[in-house]
Design a protein around this ligand. Sequence first.
Ligand SMILES: [Ca+2]
Length: 481
Amino acid sequence: MKALQTTTAVLEAGAGLALLAVPSATAVLLLGPPLESPAALTVARVAGAGLLALGVACWLARGDGQSRAARGLVAAMWVYNVTAAAVLAFAGIGLGLHGALLWPAVAVHAGMAVWCGACLASKPAKIVGVLGMWAWGACSLSSAADPAASAFAPTVVNSAKPPGPAPAGMVWIPGGQFSMGSEGKSNGVSCCSPATVADAFPIHRVVVDGFWMDATDVTNAEFEKFVKATGYRTIAEIAPTQEEFPTAPPENLVAGAVVFTPTPGPVPLNDHFQWWNYVPGANWRHPQGPKSSIEGRGNYPVVQIAYPDAEAYAKWAGKRLPTEAEWEFASRGGLSGKLYAWGDEFRPGGKWMANTYQGKFPVRDTGEDGFAGVAPVKSFPPNGYGLYDMAGNVWQWCGDWYRPDYFQQLARAAGVARNPQGPDSSFDPSEPGTKKRVQRGGSFLCTDQYCTRYLAGTRGKGEPDTGTNHLGFRCVKASIK
Ligand SMILES: [Ca+2]
């Protein structure tokens, strides 16, 4: 009898320790390094095995044999796990925080709560709790064996050589398989608000075929050649009609475009209409309005380009706009899971790597990186594929329609997405009636106070007919039509 009591006491102590250890292991998994690291894999396996062992311990430690202290401990852990599961679920649903391990962690805590409850309750409830524990433990072990499913994995670059000599101004992007999207963190450290990366999640594997890409954004000089050759007029140069905008007052139906205007003083950053204005007479030749000019700025990126303008140029040049997947593959320059196109450090060795915004946004750009406003192409170092300005300077149009849940759709589909072309239609919950195309790369207006979309893998969007003075494009040339 004494031996049985001792065994029960040992089991109770073991179960108590395991009750503390499993949530701790969960916390390590949730906050720790990505699962591809061997240490994190070991933790995941130990957690899974621990759950299986707990099931055994719970089964053996009979309810009527538990001491008052053991029952108190189990009750405290029940409260802890219910609270933890609720808080994490709120983070996921209410705040939009989507770490790869968030939902597994919620499930672990919920499972722990069920188990604790079962230990305190009747025998049938205990059987259900134990079976649930075993099922979840086995599930943890099997998911730990396939860690790449929700984390960055190395880029596997195609080995095929370029199909010929490079067209003028273009570089070869070899294509291959890569992890697409952004978690907004590196080495487990968050860098930005969850809202910045909510539409860039989850990380999913994508294959793109090789293609040629313009080494720089299309410049004013290049766009001028196109206009001279074709007589093309951009959308910003053509007055909108009453048919297109039936409710607009006639005095507003004038040609123009949207221009960034600094505010006189600090403002809340929740309403971009405070610093964006429709300016009559603004277009690619006059990016900030009639008094501005591109004279002497032939090597600057052309801006105030609407999506159909970019498409028209691409067609004339025998090229096309990149898909979003091509753009992101190219921007990462062969790296995987890095915060920026060049690595994880914003200013390696103190060096500015991209044209972004310094100073108080949107009041005054102090231009510490050398440029307040747009910079000439090739002002900053190229990425691993020889592409310039794949972060900052001006946003770039992509061919895809925008939906915030497109990456989720791809991740849910079985297998690896091959040359994805974007969703069939556009939807943006923030402006449900407005169709939008994807834009990538961020601009000279991006700052860690606002936007932050010079981060690799993050996404932007805009109405196809709207040009702005921080939006341009570049083209690709490839076999996909
Ligand atoms: Ca700048």
